[in-house]
Design a protein around this ligand. Structure first.
Ligand SMILES: Nc1ncnc2c1ncn2[C@@H]1O[C@H](COP(=O)(O)OP(=O)(O)O)[C@@H](O)[C@H]1O
Ligand SMILES: [Mg+2]
Length: 305
């Protein structure tokens, strides 16, 4: 019997970020799944700005929150902090892990310290940093998502435009060694790997277009990899998830390079939960249907402070 059966669950969705529509889709799916499982669930569509999330929480008097937000506020620890103050247990990672995962420079500092394999990187200050990484390299903003502001730079001629694009998103810019390889996402639930998906974009890399606009991106579940590659990738993803102190469900972005080297790019602490999102696909392959995944995530809801 689940801890939260008989309790009132608020599904917090929408939010003011650029991913509002995706979040509403995730939220509606989660709400329906909770209701189908017999929970008393209520939608909290937070619009941001002058729409006071605290007022929603006071009005709805929920016993736990299923956070279905993405991006700024929902994914970066802000909403988590508010829920801590209101003493409402919530799904997923706590304040610190959420904030760390949202910030790629902070993530990489922890990865380096904890020996989590990732591409060589530097925070961009000037040309000396470019020389230290060398071409080809990847330029990305420290805090964004959806591949916005990310470029692969092969030589000096396109460097400035890439730096400008990344700076426009966020003042802090990262340079990374470009790793040629296969793009793998591992789904994690409660500190264990659920499975993985290989993403094969038709574009040069898994950019915004490939993520949201094109229908020729291929998603292979399970990834066609060997058992030993699978073990390496799952182990790396779980270690990365634990290094940042994440909780509940996360999706870890990795690259499997030629020669078997595996690197971790980042951790998404609020993976999409629409019916065609990657985490539900990974869970389904394991025999865990969408509603059960939603319930398992709910069971992980707690306070972290
Ligand atoms: N070091 C790298 N080497 C090769 N490709 C990369 C590298 N970093 C990012 N990419 C490509 O860019 C995409 C987005 O980068 P990522 O760090 O995951 O940022 P975002 O938060 O925008 O998803 C990745 O999915 C991958 O296709
Ligand atoms: Mg990513």
């Amino acid at each position: 019997m689940s801890t939260y059966m008989g309790k009132r669950i608020g599904v917090i969705m929408g939010g003011p970020s650029s991913e509002r529509d995706v979040s509403l889709n995730s939220g509606r799916g989660i709400l329906a799944a909770l209701e189908a499982k017999g929970y008393e669930a209520v939608a909290i569509d937070w619009k941001g700005g002058s729409d006071d999330l605290g007022a929603h929480l006071r009005r709805e008097k929920i016993d736990a929150a299923w956070i279905a937000l993405h991006g700024t506020y929902g994914e970066d620890g802000c909403v988590q902090g508010l829920l801590e103050c209101y003493q409402v247990p919530y799904t997923g990672s706590g304040v610190l892990a959420s904030a760390l995962a949202m910030d790629k420079v902070a993530t990489r500092r922890i990865f380096d310290q904890e020996s989590i394999e990732s591409p060589r990187w530097r925070r961009f200050h000037g040309p000396a940093d470019v020389a230290r990484i060398g071409f080809p390299l990847v330029v990305k903003p420290s805090s964004e998502g959806s591949s916005v502001g990310v470029s692969i730079v092969k030589d000096q001629s396109t460097l400035q435009a890439a730096l400008d694009a990344a700076k426009k998103c966020h003042g802090i810019v990262l340079l990374e060694e470009y790793i040629k390889g296969r793009e793998i996402n591992v789904g994690i639930l409660d500190d264990e790997a659920l499975g993985e998906v290989e993403i094969r974009p038709a574009t040069e890399f898994y950019d915004y277009e490939a993520k949201y606009l094109r229908n020729d991106t291929q998603y292979l579940v399970p990834a066609p990899i060997t058992d030993s590659e699978r073990r390496v990738l799952h182990d790396l993803a779980v270690r990365a998830h634990k290094a940042l102190g994440c909780a509940g469900a996360t999706r870890v972005d990795l690259i499997l390079a030629e020669g078997g080297r595996a690197v971790c790019l980042e951790i998404n602490t609020l993976p999409g939960m629409t019916d065609h999102s990657l985490l539900p696909k990974i869970a389904a392959h394991r025999g865990m249907d969408y509603a059960t995944l939603v319930e398992r995530v709910l069971d992980s809801a707690r306070l972290h402070a």
